[in-house]
Design a protein around this ligand. Structure first.
Ligand code: GLN
Length: 341
């Protein structure tokens, strides 16, 4: 399948629920479709070709109901959103303490690709910036590169819930050919003992994870799996050990939106992760997984429409964690099929 094709997967349109929440998503889509702010990523030609009109919103409830509108079945590369899931895998592989000794959990305030390590510990700041993600990927267990790749793909399969996944080879090759900055970070981290000598392997695996093809629907299932304590709500499969979900959500909350993480926590108040192809995943713990896809990015690398949609959803339904904690959230109404909202 060529890059950018739709995956005509086992998606049954009848699964999409007609409800007040669905109408709200439709209205949001209509409202922001005309917003043209931002630019598509251009650091590799494959991403520069992205269609700026594409725009999808998908939400999946823990009982499997799907609410979606727009381009939810258009494939794109997962990019930095992969960092979340690889972090979970490595926590399982190596345990919390070991991972923490190699990768911190501090937000940086720097760009996602900054060549910067913590002054005293020499660790990369967190697993959501490139340096931390490369260090995380280097910790995936396996006898060699093929086994590590296959274990990683199996992990993504559990979250996505079907076997029809693949890596876009042209994106991978471009990332690999042009990724000198990431390579420089990897060498620096090796110098400080944060990653082992298999630097090129770690970098290749990192570029492969970034080049995994997903659509907005897949991302919503992945987010819903985290919302469901690590169990895929569609397949019932355990994608990650539940005892690590809190760790994953914590770094998403503090570091998931690059150097917009503070304002995001203030305005949206939910664990999230964005990627440079224009995807954003948002986890409403114990309630719903949300994904938005729109390739036009702001200067921090977050999808412009994606940020707007999430801000509005959070505000309207009281999804902010502290609204949830104070009982001000309207999730039950939101997911009801009756006209209550
Ligand atoms: N492949 C990209 C990189 O490593 C991912 C960055 C991103 O999505 N922000 O530069």
């Amino acid at each position: 399948m060529a890059s950018g094709d739709n995956r005509e997967a086992e998606i049954n349109p009848s699964e999409v629920v007609a409800s007040p929440f669905q109408s709200f998503l439709n209205d949001l889509h209509l409202k922001y479709q005309s917003l043209r702010d931002g630019k598509v990523a251009t650091y590799i030609p494959e991403l520069a070709k992205a269609n700026p009109d594409l725009f999808g919103i998908c939400a999946i409830a823990l009982d499997g109901r799907v609410f979606e509108v727009g381009d939810c079945h258009q494939l794109f590369t997962i990019q930095s959103i992969s960092k979340v899931f690889v972090y979970g895998m490595v926590l399982e592989d190596r345990g919390r303490d070991y991972v923490l000794s190699k990768v911190g959990v501090e937000p940086t305030g720097d760009a996602f690709n900054a060549i910067v390590l913590d002054e005293s510990s020499k660790r990369p700041y967190n697993p959501m910036v490139n340096a931390g993600a490369i260090a995380t990927t280097s910790l995936i267990k396996g006898a060699g590169p093929t086994e590590r790749l296959n274990r990683m793909l199996d992990m993504f399969r559990r979250y996505i819930g079907h076997n029809d996944i693949f890596i876009d080879i042209s994106v991978f090759m471009s990332e690999r050919t042009t990724g000198h900055r990431n390579r420089a970070m990897a060498h620096l981290m090796h110098h400080f003992g944060m990653i082992d000598e298999k630097i090129d392997e770690a970098i290749d695996l990192y570029f492969q994870q970034c080049s995994l093809m997903v659509n907005c629907h897949d991302l919503a299932v992945m987010a819903a799996t985290l919302a469901n304590n690590g169990i895929n709500p569609i397949t019932g499969e355990q994608a990650v050990d539940s005892s690590y979900v809190k760790d994953i959500l914590s770094v998403m909350y503090t570091c998931g939106m690059y150097n917009y993480a503070g304002e995001w926590a203030y305005k949206v108040g939910l664990p999230a992760k964005s990627g440079i192809s224009g995807g954003i995943i948002v986890v409403v713990p114990n309630q719903i997984g949300i994904a938005v896809f729109s390739p036009l990015l702001d200067e921090r690398g977050n999808s412009v429409r994606g940020v707007k949609v999430c801000e509005e959803l959070s505000r309207h339904f009281g999804l902010h964690m502290f609204d949830l904690a104070m009982g001000r959230c309207k999730v039950l109404e939101m997911l009801s099929n009756e006209e209550k909202i």
